[in-house]
Design a protein around this ligand. Structure first.
Ligand code: ADP
Length: 672
């Protein structure tokens, strides 16, 4: 740094110099004026001297700027033509070497060999030159002192020339810095003014009690709809909506006390409408490190938020729609085997939604082998042809419940060569529909079987009946044999009864199926007697089948029942026991049980396997083959319908080949 006390100046000269330097530094004077003033000052200090300041060009090869007001013009004009080098006068050499060059006598010094005449014409005899260096040591130019006579510098002269060059370097540096600061400031204000984000500057007053708007940019006005006059020099309370104040105060105070940037979201009703802003506030410190200002910047995310909300809403709608339709969507990147599943896929497949989706090959464990093979070849074909597919899949489930799905997919993306890279599609839970379909199929088969069996069943007694009648006619035609006729008529009657029972059952199926099961309740129907009468009717048949009947009937159990329907219950259960009883003893039990009556028919016949025990109560369901036992599969269904109408229960306990026990529990209603 230049120190005037080290030079050969008087105190008043020193004061003058310091003032001059300060003035130069603080004034916005152009550099030309500054160098001229400096040269004037040094020349006044030593009136026999002439000073010059030279600056190098960008390439550091020649001097391009010359400040030497007291050297002749022809001399100054010659300088830019000279290329600096190891022996180009004092300045050209000093700039080239980066070292001070002292030439006492120009006319004898070899450095000036080529320029002696020029110097003579300019009337200079000695020239001392000091390089002017930048902060990084780079040579920028030279400061030179000329004398008209041969002159050797004193130590003070050396100091002066050194300090003068130093001062020029400082001034230059100062100006460079100032230029940079100005440029930076311009850039900042450009950002501030051209930013599409609202920006503002707040002064913190009264130790944080007052926040006052000091400046706002154009975007602030555009975004808020506020005018400059309504904002500048106003406190936040005077500008912002009251609902925003607590939040804004809290965030400004947080930024001021922590010294950190604070981000927050603000929703504010403004003259331009309700706006959502993503806000960032930055505390600004003064030279003492105290936060005195806050710079705010707000991105208007109103539209983004609206779109975000809409997106979220439609996502929620989609999830809901998928849930209702039990239809999930998926995407599969074939090359990387990356799978994406919607929430509903997890639901449909009964999988934990926090686990990642299964890669395609691992999906084999979801389906039966047959279904997986079907899916695999459908996908392979879609990949090969670029087409789409729809396959029915059966789920591999751990429990007994079968599950079905419909998988649909199509190629949705290809690479630059046209190879499919992405498949997308849906998976739908099809279990209910499949069950219905299967039931329907079952019902259709059952119907067809039923028609076949019914035709056969009705034909058999009819044929026997016809045979009996023909035979009676024949007997009458010949000699009348009373016994023969009686036995034949009995046979015909029995077949007639069978036909009637069959037709009754058939009629019941149609009427009950059409929802017409009506009870005709009568008071004091004697269940005990009713069983006795039916048992009597079946005596012959029981004997014929090789069975015997054991009755354990509590007498006189009466109630409010429909006797015709009670009879149907007993008849159906008893005739089954005869049919499936394997000629073994049959038991009939009847007893009271609290407010109910329990009727049981036990046999020791063929029994029913556990898996069929529930089914036998369904319409047309049979647990035996058509060839071994005739029947329509209707009796137990009718029993169940009647029992249900009575508000009772029916069930079976049975062991295959050991026998069955059908139990009916009915409430005893004495009065209607
Ligand atoms: P059907 O006897 O005409 O076939 P049901 O509805 O009366 O029709 O009986 C349904 C099925 O239940 C029968 O086909 C038979 O397989 C079974 N079943 C009914 N009663 C008995 C029984 N006592 N022992 C063994 N199996 C029986």
């Amino acid at each position: 740094m230049f120190d005037p006390r080290g030079s050969n100046m008087t105190v008043s000269q020193q004061d003058h110099f310091v003032n001059l330097v300060l003035k130069l530094l603080s004034n916005e004077e152009p550099l030309d004026t500054i160098y001229k003033t400096l040269i004037d000052f040094f020349e006044e200090l030593n009136p026999q001297t002439i000073c010059s300041v030279l600056f190098l060009d960008k390439n550091k090869k020649r001097f391009e700027k010359v400040y030497a007001p007291n050297l002749p013009d022809f001399y100054n004009q010659a300088i830019p033509y000279l290329e600096i080098g190891p022996s180009v006068g004092s300045c050209g050499t000093a700039a080239y070497l980066g070292k001070r060059v002292i030439v006492d006598d120009i006319q004898s010094d070899p450095l000036w060999e080529k320029y002696r005449d020029l110097a003579k014409s300019a009337n200079v005899a000695s020239c001392w030159s000091q390089p002017i260096k930048a902060q990084n040591g780079e040579v920028l130019g030279t400061f030179a002192i000329y004398h008209a006579a041969i002159h050797t510098p004193s130590e003070r002269d050396i100091q002066t020339i050194e300090q003068a060059a130093n001062l020029v370097s400082i001034i230059l540096h100062h100006f460079e810095t100032k230029k940079m600061v100005k440029k930076a400031q311009e850039q900042i204000s450009l950002i501030y003014e051209s930013s599409i984000d609202a920006m503002w500057l707040i002064d913190i007053e009264d130790e944080g009690k007052t926040y006052r708007f000091k400046s706002i940019n154009d975007a602030f006005i555009a975004v808020t709809g506020l005018t400059r006059a309504a904002v500048l020099e106003k406190t936040i309370e005077e500008v912002l909506p009251p609902s925003s104040i607590p939040l804004v105060r809290a965030k400004y105070s947080e930024a001021a006390t922590t010294g950190h940037v604070v981000d927050y979201l603000e929703i504010a009703p403004l003259p331009s409408g309700t706006k959502v802003g993503q806000i960032r506030v930055k505390p600004i410190k003064d030279e003492n490190g105290v936060v005195t200002k806050i710079l705010g910047i707000a991105e208007d995310i109103t539209e983004r938020k609206r779109i975000d909300d809409l997106l979220k809403e439609s996502e929620a709608d989609l999830i809901y729609a998928q849930r209702v339709a039990q239809l999930g969507s998926w995407k599969w990147e074939a090359k990387t085997d990356t799978v994406h599943w919607s929430e509903e896929i997890y639901n449909i497949l009964n999988l934990d939604p926090t686990t990642p989706p299964l890669p395609f090959v691992e999906q084999s464990k979801l389906y039966t082998e047959e279904s997986w093979n079907k899916l695999k070849s459908a996908v392979e074909q879609a990949l090969a042809t670029g087409g789409s597919y729809e396959v029915d899949l059966e789920g591999k489930s751990n429990d007994q419940n079968p599950r079905w799905f419909v998988a649909r997919g199509a190629v949705t993306e290809r690479d630059s060569q046209g190879y499919p890279t992405r498949l997308a599609g849906t998976l739908q839970n099809n279990t209910e529909r499949k069950l219905l379909e299967n039931n329907l199929k079952g019902a259709l088969t059952a119907r067809d079987e039923f028609i076949a069996v019914a035709t056969h069943e009705l034909k058999t007694p009819l044929t026997t009946l016809q045979l009996a009648l023909y035979s009676i006619a024949k007997t009458i035609d010949g000699v009348i044999d009373k016994d023969k006729i009686t036995s034949r008529i009995e046979k015909a009657k029995m077949q007639g009864d069978r036909l009637e029972a069959l037709i009754k059952n058939l009629l019941d199926v149609t009427s009950i199926g059409a929802g017409k099961m009506r009870l005709e309740l009568k008071p004091d129907v004697n269940f005990s007697n009713l069983i006795g009468n039916i048992a009597k009717k079946y005596e012959d048949e029981i004997i014929k089948s090789g069975s015997s009947l054991i009755k354990n009937i509590e007498p006189n159990i009466t109630g409010l029942w429909d006797d015709f329907r009670l009879e149907q219950i007993v008849t159906n259960l008893l005739s089954n026991a005869i049919k499936y009883g394997d000629g073994k003893p049959i038991e009939l039990h009847l007893r009271r049980l609290n407010q109910n009556v329990l009727f049981e028919v036990r046999d020791q016949g063929i029994g029913i396997s556990a898996d069929k025990q529930k089914k036998v109560f369904e319409r047309f369901e049979r647990a035996v083959s058509e060839t071994s036992y005739k029947g329509l599969g209707l009796g137990l269904w009718i029993v169940r319908e009647i029992v249900t109408a009575f508000n009772g229960k029916v069930w079976v306990t049975s062991t295959l080949h050991k026998g069955s026990c059908f139990s009916v529990e009915l409430p005893i209603k004495e009065q209607q």
